[in-house]
Design a protein around this ligand. Sequence first.
Ligand SMILES: [Cu+2]
Length: 164
Amino acid sequence: MKLRRSIALIAVGALTLVACGTSGATPSDVTFDVELIEIKGATDGIPAPEPDPSTLSSGYGYKAPGEYDADNPDKWQVATYMFSPAAMTVVEGDEVTFRLFGINGDHHAMTVVGPDGSTVVNSFDMSRGQEKLVTFTADQLGHYKFICSTHAPTMTADLLSVSG
Ligand SMILES: [Cu+2]
């Protein structure tokens, strides 16, 4: 009888731990400073890339040999637009604010898509030198995608919403 009672108490304790989750984090307000940037790399030390990177994404830039540097016909350059940071984590239920700042690129058209594919933040525009605040509640578990359609498909950021 005592053994059965002990087993029952252990089972209840285990179920309680599972039901309460593991991290104990509670939803709060979270702000991420996200910059819209462009990074570039140039060389004349290796052959030019094939295919032309600008055919792979509107987020990739390419200046071919002869186009990049008139004084050096072998030199070429690649570039890409990105969000920095591009990977963020929140607790489900957090009120998330992106404080965006446009550093590179004259124009970006962006949206936020939820884990279920629904639009969480409608498309909005940003220009170089602008700061903009975008706020939404991360009320779904999983990956939110922050997408720039001007430089798709490579200018994206990922916000992972985890269980508290
Ligand atoms: Cu962009």
